[in-house]
Write a protein that binds this ligand. Structure first.
Ligand code: SF4
Ligand code: SF4
Length: 60
């Protein structure tokens, strides 16, 4: 079974930036057209998942 990782549903992400603001590990970067996840920095703390108003982020 592969290790868990943070995933983004680009269809529902509104690019609001709230997840970037709550991430304390610089693992999220808002690019002009997409939210980029820096998996090597993500510690799977769940803060962004909880903060996202559209449920675009999941740890699975
Ligand atoms: S908080 Fe959710 S909707 Fe907002 S930029 Fe992050 S993933 Fe997208
Ligand atoms: S799970 Fe935690 S460390 Fe990973 S991107 Fe979200 S807020 Fe940052």
């Amino acid at each position: 079974m592969p290790a868990a990782e943070l995933t983004l549903d680009v269809e529902v992400c509104s690019e609001c930036g709230l997840c970037v603001a709550v991430c304390g590990y610089d693992a999220l970067v808002l690019r002009p057209t997409i939210l980029e996840i820096i998996h090597s920095e993500c510690v799977l703390c769940d803060a962004c998942v909880v903060a996202c108003p559209t449920e675009a982020l999941r740890i699975e």
